[in-house]
Design a protein around this ligand. Structure first.
Ligand SMILES: *Cc1c(COP(=O)(O)O)cnc(C)c1O
Length: 498
């Protein structure tokens, strides 16, 4: 199995090269040259397996230059029982009828990013051994809140790696900020930037592809890589849990073998939903992929009109991990759906970069609409959903999950399709305690500090508090640098002590 670039099809690299490098030289994203196929029988054979074995079954088709021993080492290390608070790793919960919730937040940082970022450091170090001959890998991360912490936790004290995280100064929840600024480890650094997530992501991408900076790093025997979902090693672990959810639904009797399901994903950078698309292309019976956005509904508009336009108001919402106007992974979808038209993708991405807008052909749009649906939830709808969902089903959603639940309800009401559905739950409600408590208490939450808020939410709902969040209270802040986006490359050198 080889990987090529969305912007230059003449490129051909192994999985380990794609993962170690993170992004292609000319700025394109690595994509698999072919999609492995799983028959219904093969899917059925995965039902009795543990999550770890399901993961190995899927991953070995994509990571063909990893030996079996290497893959075992990576997967067993990443999903070890002591790192996840559920022995199912990613359990599927039937809430009512066709409504199932896939809980992706039982890892060490309580957000779905752990599903990939517990595995990525293993994949990265094995890949680096194969392809980067002894270089130290410098992981640069732009985060809307959850990736940063999950990447720090995954890479802390991993030999031959350093990790630098940039987050928008006013764009993360207090709990997310505390999680990052108190991070332990000898190879980590965290810095806030004056700007939003898109500013951080654009700056990181331009540092990656800056030849002069790369040369300076090479002199010190270092190279950059990425832990954002532009890295294939971030996406591929996410394909696994769609297979796993289907197997769990079969096991619970919520679906019959071969019967189709819908998937609803609260979306930001389009990574999670793209992983579901790969699962569908591999043969997993998925009918519609429903892309759920908050008030930053650039994807809803794109999926309805074929016009992507980031020139619009940016809202800071209660679901900050989805406050994104440039969804990087859409590039991969455009590549696959356009019949691998690298020239078209390069052209669209350059328009996005220069004008902030592009439009696709009706033909391409029709193909995308056959598979993808979309919707968004306003802030009011998010609050209302958290409250009614808790009151009706005694199930407490975080703000991001509530976006998806609301969009699921609208989708079913539209009459388009009502079949067994998996709704991704991407964070523990305790990561966004203030908003969740306020929603449950009808806007009447008392003014409390972050940790009192956590305790209060626990008192009101009886939902248990994840240990990693409770223990933050006793940690001291290690990082309080703030910089402007223009100064990010200098900050990188400073943080690396170069
Ligand atoms: C990152 C994140 C998302 C968005 O996922 P993408 O893969 O970027 O689309 C949604 N919810 C939470 C809680 C997240 O951390």
């Amino acid at each position: 199995m080889y990987y090529t670039s969305t912007r230059d099809k003449s490129i051909k690299v192994t999985a380990s090269k794609a993962i170690a490098q993170g992004i292609s030289e000319e700025g394109g994203l690595f994509v698999p040259c072919e999609i492995p196929q799983f028959s219904i029988d093969k899917i059925s054979s995965m039902v009795p397996m543990s999550y770890i074995d399901r993961a190995k079954t899927v991953l070995k088709e994509y990571l063909t230059d990893f030996t079996e021993e290497e893959l075992d080492y990576c997967v067993e290390g990443a999903y070890a029982a002591d790192k996840f608070s559920s022995d199912k790793i990613a359990p599927t919960v039937n809430v009512a009828g066709n409504k199932n919730i896939l809980e992706l937040w039982h890892g060490p940082t309580c957000a779905f990013k752990d599903m990939a970022l517990q595995l990525l450091p293993y994949l990265m170090t094995v890949s680096a051994k194969k392809t980067a001959d002894g270089k130290t890998i410098v992981i640069l991360v732009a985060t809307s809140g959850d990736t940063g912490k999950a990447a720090l936790e995954g890479f802390k004290n991993v030999d031959n790696t350093k990790i630098l995280v940039f987050y928008p100064v006013d764009g993360v929840s207090p709990m997310q900020k505390l999680q990052m600024t108190t991070q332990e480890g000898d190879n980590v650094a965290v810095c806030a930037i004056n700007g939003n997530f898109d500013d951080a992501q654009s700056a990181v991408k331009s540092i990656f592809t800056n030849a002069e900076i790369k040369a300076q790093l090479a002199e010190k025997n270092m190279m950059f890589s990425s832990a954002n979902s532009i890295n294939w090693g971030r996406l591929v672990p996410q394909i696994v849990y769609y297979f796993s959810a289907y197997c769990d639904m079969l096991e619970m009797g919520n679906i019959k073998l071969g019967e189709e399901m819908n998937v609803v994903v609260p979306t930001g950078n389009f990574g999670n939903i793209l992983a579901a698309y790969y699962a569908k292309q591999m043969g997993l019976p998925i009918k519609y992929l429903v892309c759920a956005s908050n008030s930053n509904n650039v994807l809803t508009d794109f999926l309805h009109t074929g016009k992507y336009d980031r020139n619009r108001a940016f809202y800071t919402t209660t679901s900050p991990s989805m406050d994104i106007l440039i969804s990087s992974n859409l590039e991969r979808l455009l590549f696959h759906m356009s019949g691998e038209d690298d020239k078209l993708v390069a052209d669209l991405m350059s328009k996005l970069n220069s004008d902030g807008v592009y439009e696709i052909s009706e033909n391409l749009m029709a193909q995308i609409s056959a598979v993808f649906d979309s919707g968004y939830a306003s802030e009011e709808e998010v609050y209302d959903t958290i409250k009614t969902h808790f009151n009706s089903y005694n199930y407490l959603c975080d703000t991001h999950t509530a976006v998806a639940v609301k969009v699921y309800e609208k989708f079913v009401e539209s009459g388009k399709s009502d079949i067994p559905t998996v709704i991704d739950s991407t964070a523990s409600p305790y990561k966004f305690s203030a908003s969740v408590l306020d929603a449950v208490l009808n806007g009447e939450a008392p003014k409390l500090d972050e940790f009192e808020m956590v305790d209060e939410l626990n008192k009101v709902t009886n939902v248990s508090i994840p240990t990693p969040l409770a223990s933050l209270k006793d940690k001291s802040v290690r990082f309080n640098d703030v910089c402007n986006k223009e100064d990010m490359s200098q900050m990188v050198f400073k943080l690396l002590n170069l």
